[in-house]
Design a protein around this ligand. Structure first.
Ligand code: GUN
Length: 284
């Protein structure tokens, strides 16, 4: 029987510890950590994600400032919001929910965020620290960081293992591949242009999938005893499903994350972790 990697329980544990820490820090510094959450437009999925992030802040004692603007906002207006948040002394973290409406240049917005407040870890400075393995100094992207915490919590060793990352997005695939390299795994990165995906996934001791293609990974594509991390989330006929055919794959592997209840809650826990870290780095 595969171990079900319980991200939800691990996230709850991390948040509980953060709540205690925030209580102590608030006393010492005289104000709570503060996260600005910027949501542009009405995308229903983004609205849910943002609500969950704000709820987590409330649970832990982090102040969240919600900034909601219509999809028609101009690049310049949004840039001015970021510039103002960078300058605001009592704002520790700035999160711009992605994706942004098509007419906005997301990378230009991300580049404008003060790296010390970039709690999503998407700024090139923080991405550079991911590549170099400078965990202590920077703010690591939340989803890949959450995956690494799952490996750590369950004693899953990466050194010398064949790790396969399916998906090469800036927010998950690229940073997670680099984090696994820094743990001395032999990492292959596959994506939509990869020929014969199965020939790679079959060799994976550790298989991480972040494509957004529901049930892309079938049981005949995984190695017996592998560890499978499903970072996909899609809605199919009203049901939330991942990128892995969980019901069949779980019979063949040694450990697997469920969807929902796997990586998703860890993303939010690590966002809270980063916000507290940004607060501490700024306030000393
Ligand atoms: N959209 C999908 N995932 C994320 C994330 O981790 N952060 C932000 N800001 N937007 C996202």
């Amino acid at each position: 029987m595969a171990t079900i990697l319980d991200g939800k329980a691990l996230a709850a544990k991390i948040k509980e510890k953060l709540k205690e820490e925030v209580g102590v820090l608030k006393e010492r510094i005289g104000r709570p950590p503060t996260l600005a959450v910027v949501l542009i437009g009405e995308d229903p999925a983004s609205q849910i994600y943002v609500r969950n992030k704000e709820k987590a802040c409330e649970e832990i004692g982090i102040t969240s400032i919600g900034i909601r603007k219509p999809a028609s906002i101009s690049q310049e207006e949004l840039e001015n919001i970021i510039i103002a948040l960078n300058e605001q002394q009592d704002v520790d973290g700035i999160l711009v929910q992605l994706p942004l409406p098509g007419h906005l240049d997301s990378q230009k917005i991300i580049n404008l965020i003060d790296p010390a407040k970039d709690v999503d870890g998407f700024h090139p400075v923080n991405m550079g620290k991911v590549v170099l393995g400078l965990f202590d100094e920077g703010l690591m992207p939340c989803t890949p960081y959450g995956v690494m915490k799952i490996f750590e919590a369950y004693g899953i060793e990466l050194q010398g293992k064949n790790a396969v990352m399916v998906g090469h997005s800036n927010i998950v695939g690229k940073p997670l591949a680099n984090m696994m390299i820094n743990k001395n795994a032999t990492v292959s990165v596959c994506h939509v242009y990869t020929e014969d995906l199965k020939s790679y996934t079959l060799r994976a001791d550790i298989l991480c999938v972040a494509t957004g293609v529901p049930h892309l990974i079938k049981v005949d594509m995984v190695k017996e005893g592998a560890v499978v991390i499903d970072i996909g989330i899609s809605r199919v006929n009203g049901k939330i499903v991942g990128d892995v055919d969980f019901e069949n794959v779980k019979e063949k592997v040694s450990a697997i994350t469920p969807v929902p209840g796997g990586v998703g809650p860890m993303t939010i826990a690590m966002l809270m972790y980063n916000t507290v870290k940004a607060f501490k780095l700024r306030e000393g």
